[in-house]
Design a protein around this ligand. Structure first.
Ligand code: GLN
Length: 534
């Protein structure tokens, strides 16, 4: 690659949760659709080394990359939009930055110097940003700075952006995402919070090149003019980001507003041709015009916060479009399910998915749900803990092992059908120590899994400490459960299924992490198809 990598920074102002991740992913999509290679990085200002130790209620789903990083859920959006895998380097937290600076200090690498936020922390931040450019794989690196300008914890990141603007000269652009609140009493969009948040950025030495304004109402010319005047940006660089019916519409809205053209202009690149978005638009066409609907229950214990299962609900959207239908997800709290109410709760469902999770809370409800799906031939997909519960339910109700359990929930069980992975037994630290990332799985011919994947060997992503206990293999297979996918290195059971059922499958891995708009996941496609047939 002859041209230097271009760096685009996205900061946020006024409030959090404005959707910087979606704006970053949409811009990346538009650049990709112009033939450029792009990656997106998220810098998170919190002190956890990674989000793997966070409760989903705190921060939503923990996303997992092929190389085994536990990351912010925005990386899921990046992959779903770009259809290009991310890696460890795409998500960096303050905890990680400090950890490596302190490690270097302990090794004596700073040669007696006082170690300080500037330059040592900011240097580490800058090197993490430039690391993606140095791989030579990307012409554009888009870096999303988590948090809101003005937060104490994001200051070193803003300072790093200020320094990089000098170092990178013309190869750098800054986009500031803000909110234009609407006052219904006067019927106006207000610009003052945006003016103030740009002033705050300026105090830290960063002049944004482009303003992206989240709004519930169209932004008229006068408002654009006013924002341009007060914030030192060109009027055409004031971009409206109006509420969209789906996140997948945002690239199209950003194309109309010429966000990509303005970014390229700032970077001195001609943008004569239009981005090629045919596949994307085909998907949207199908998404907006479903021929039918299908209702699927998602059984989990974090259902109050839908972000906890972000990748699963997005995978249903992708698979729905392939099947020309709208998947309506019924969010069902596993703690709310009992033998008494299950008939009524499941009466309108055409399929159920039992979600991943940790710990004992809600387990009984999951087992009741799986028993119902097995006995009533309701299409069923169990993911990770959902697969482990499938094994427990079968052990208890078919094999007659009444106290069968996972050692995670009951270490004293006499029938540990799910047990701790051997190499987990010596582990004491919780952070980053699960079986993480992509592992191979060999699929047996003639099984449901094989008819779904249509191949003998797959690679899927993992995040777990427990596994199917192979000492029970014979008992399970004798009773009719098919262990259709196995990891070739260790013999770990990756997929279980029941043949005398229209669709009953549990997977130890997380197919949801790999479903993208352009590459919807085969397991979800087949599951939705089975639900439609029910
Ligand atoms: N708690 C289970 C384990 O650690 C399942 C994890 C998950 O569902 N991601 O093995």
């Amino acid at each position: 690659m002859s041209n230097p990598t271009k760096y685009i920074f996205i900061t946020g102002g006024v409030t959090s949760s404005l959707g910087k991740g979606i704006i970053a992913a949409s811009l990346a999509k538009l650049l990709q659709a112009r033939g450029f290679t792009v990656t997106i990085q998220k810098l998170d200002p919190y002190i956890n080394v990674d989000p793997g130790t966070l409760n989903p209620y705190e921060h939503g789903e923990c996303y997992v990359t092929d190389d085994g990083a536990e990351t912010d859920l925005d990386l899921g959006h990046y992959e779903r939009f770009l259809n290009v895998p991310t890696s460890k380097a795409n998500n960096v937290t303050t905890g990680r930055i400090y950890q490596s600076v302190i490690e270097k200090e302990r090794k004596g690498e700073f040669l007696g110097k006082t170690v300080q936020v500037i330059p040592h922390i900011t240097d580490e931040i800058k090197s993490r940003i430039k690391q993606l450019g140095k791989t030579g794989q990307f012409e554009y690196v888009i870096t999303e700075i988590g948090g809101t300008v003005g937060d104490i914890e994001s200051l070193p990141y803003i300072e790093a952006v200020r320094q990089l603007r000098w170092e990178l000269e013309g190869n750098c652009a800054v986009i500031h995402l803000t909110l234009l609140p609407y006052l219904s009493t006067t019927g106006e969009l207000k610009t003052k919070p945006t003016q103030h948040s740009v002033k705050l950025l300026l105090e830290h030495g960063v002049q944004p090149d482009i303003l992206v304004c989240r709004t519930e109402h169209p932004v008229n010319k006068d408002i654009r003019k006013k924002l341009a005047l007060f914030c030192n940006v060109a009027q055409e660089s004031v971009i409206e980001a109006i509420d969209a019916s789906t996140i997948y519409e945002v690239p199209i809205l950003m194309e109309k507003e010429k966000l990509d053209v303005m970014v390229l202009k700032k970077l001195g690149i001609d943008a004569t041709e239009a981005p090629k978005l045919d596949n994307w638009k085909n998907f949207l066409e199908k998404f907006h015009n479903p021929k039918t609907e299908v209702r699927i229950g998602l059984i989990g214990k974090y259902v109050e916060l839908k972000d906890s299962y972000k990748s699963i609900s997005e995978a249903f959207i992708h698979a729905g479009a392939v099947n020309d239908c709208k998947v309506i997800v019924d969010w069902i709290h596993s703690e709310s399910l009992t033998e008494e109410n299950i008939d009524e709760k499941f009466s309108s469902l055409k399929g159920i998915l039992v979600a991943p999770g940790f710990g004992n809370r809600g387990i009984d409800g999951k087992l009741i749900a799986i028993k119902y799906a097995r006995e009533n031939k309701l299409p069923f997909l169990g993911i990770c803990l959902g697969m482990q519960c499938t094994v427990i339910e079968f052990a208890r109700n078919v094999l007659g092992l009444k106290d069968a359990h996972s050692r995670e929930m009951n270490p004293a069980t006499n029938s540990p059908v799910i047990d701790l992975l051997e190499n987990q037994k010596s582990i004491s630290h919780m952070g980053g120590t699960m079986r993480l990332g992509a592992y191979a799985c060999e699929i047996e011919a003639g099984t449901l899994a094989h008819s779904i994947y249509k191949t003998d060997r797959i690679s899927e992503r993992h995040r777990h400490r427990y596994e199917f206990n192979n000492e029970y293999k014979k008992q399970f297979t004798d009773a009719g459960m098919v262990l259709s996918g196995v990891n070739p290195e260790g013999g770990l059971v990756e997929i279980v299924e029941l043949p005398d059922h229209p669709f009953f499958i549990g997977v130890q891995f997380h197919p949801e992490y790999k479903s993208t708009v352009e590459n919807p996941h085969p397991l979800f496609i087949s599951f939705v198809e089975a639900a439609l047939k029910k």
